[in-house]
Design a protein around this ligand. Structure first.
Ligand SMILES: Cc1ncc(COP(=O)(O)O)c(C=O)c1O
Length: 434
């Protein structure tokens, strides 16, 4: 027998990842206070979360979770179709459907599961799923698991999508795209994609994990921003774990399609329901997200200020107006060095490397939250400049690299307790955003 030894294979692959600067290491957050994180004993200002609206620690959201947990317990206890479907789930589904102007919403354990559910329950052998090349990994895996053909078109290219659909005229078709792209921050050309879907009799599915709450009128996402009704865009993914600050997801849209998911999607049927307390927290978060335009206005101000400052300093940004602002670094080693140098100044920014992004496009994925203040943005731009200069002078090669300038941002967030400027270990890798 010549069966490969799995332990050996794992060890070799790990060695290869390390040799290519591709190893991934989790960082331990011991406390978080808004945008401030205590990581490995050092307080840092974070520019890496998806808590865009700053709702994850909002008082009424926490209160809703605590109250419901006190009354109903902490567990989901069973799947929705057994005895796990609770009034808190029902209320959240209704609120989401009402907010997004769709007949139905169906909750899922996560966005990843929801994407698996949609593709798997609608498509099978002989069908085709046409996708943007930069779609999230869960959509790609969904098509692979569904056993359908997977065709990918160049990023943001609606004509490419049309060509792919035209080239596979037999079998049912789903045209799937991120609404806001998770690593690039730009928005899909949804009106053109809706047209391609209509002409080619495909169903358009928009994964709006990073759009809902952030873009569109009342935060209704990229679909509402593109003024598409349910007939043109029958299914939309909403995640509860990003702008809404909680955990879980929902698919919102056409009643027949959503009802079909509830009865047939394996990632819906064979898994425990979200805890009702989590659903209650998300309901409180949705109500705030619908109402609080100031959070989106604040994000716009922060993003504009950052782009103006970073471009003035000669950094390469991608064309994004959303809170996801990638700063291009090229090589993996440079992206990691920039992240380390930023960390030395108390700024936590994720370095994103292939395979999460294409080869040669490693970047800092900088994200903003409505909880940041303008001085935080200015401090980040200053820290980026310092990092670039420090790397040009060999940052990371000497012990004295520990002494970065004090770049703590707004006084609002800095305190004596938080002011530690200890340099992080050079051995750290950087976690990559989901
Ligand atoms: C575009 C996109 N879709 C889906 C997901 C998965 O959502 P979740 O984190 O709720 O599993 C993510 C991120 O995680 C994402 O960025």
């Amino acid at each position: 027998m010549s069966r490969p030894d799995l332990h050996q294979r794992v060890a070799e692959r790990r060695k290869q990842r390390i040799a290519r600067d591709r190893n991934r290491v989790r960082r331990l957050v011991t406390h978080r206070d808004g945008i401030r994180y205590e990581v490995d004993g050092q307080w840092m200002t974070g520019f890496c979360s998806n808590d865009y609206l700053g709702l994850s620690q909002q008082f009424s959201v926490i209160e809703a979770l605590q109250d419901t947990a006190a009354r109903e317990g902490v567990g989901g206890i069973a799947s929705h179709l057994v005895c796990g479907h609770h009034a808190a789930h029902e209320a959240l589904e209704r609120e989401l459907a009402d907010w997004l102007g769709a007949p139905r919403a169906l909750l899922f354990g996560s966005g990843f599961l929801a994407n698996l559910a949609v593709v798997q329950s609608l498509l099978g052998e002989g069908d085709v799923c046409v996708q943007d090349r930069l779609n999230h990994a869960s959509l790609i895996d969904a098509a692979l698991l569904a056993g359908c053909h997977l065709r990918r078109y160049p990023h943001g290219d609606a004509e490419g999508a049309m060509r792919q659909l035209r080239g596979t005229p037999d079998g049912a078709a789903l045209l799937a795209t991120d609404g806001v792209f998770s690593m690039d921050g730009d928005i899909a050309p949804l009106r053109q994609l809706a047209l391609a879907a209509r002409v080619q009799q495909a169903v358009l599915y928009v994964d709006d994990a990073h759009g809902v709450g952030v873009v569109g009128p009342n935060g209704r996402g990229s679909v509402a921003q593109a003024k598409l009704a349910v007939a043109a865009q029958p299914l939309q993914l909403v995640t509860l774990g990003k702008a809404l600050g909680g955990y879980g997801a929902a698919v919102v849209g056409d009643a027949d399609l959503v009802d079909h998911l509830a009865e047939t999607a394996r990632p819906y049927i064979y898994t425990t329901a979200l805890p009702p307390a989590q659903a209650a927290a998300s309901l409180a978060a949705v109500r705030l997200a619908r109402r609080d335009d100031w959070r989106r206005d604040k994000l716009q101000t922060l993003v504009a200020r950052f782009r103006e400052g970073a471009l003035r300093e000669g950094f390469e940004l991608l064309p994004s107006d959303t809170p996801i602002q990638p700063l291009m670094c090229g090589g993996d080693a440079r992206a990691l060095a920039m992240a380390r140098a930023l960390e030395a100044q108390g700024m936590w920014v994720s370095a994103i490397r292939p395979p999460t992004v294409p080869e040669g496009q490693a970047r800092l994925r900088i994200t903003f939250s409505a909880l940041h203040a303008e001085p935080d943005v200015d401090a980040l731009v200053g820290a980026l400049v310092w990092s670039r200069d420090a790397i040009a002078h060999g940052f990371g090669e000497h012990a004295s690299d520990e002494h970065a300038p004090d770049q703590h941002a707004s006084d609002e967030h800095a305190s004596d307790e938080h002011a530690s400027q200890e340099h992080a270990s050079q051995e750290h890798g950087f976690g990559e955003v989901a």
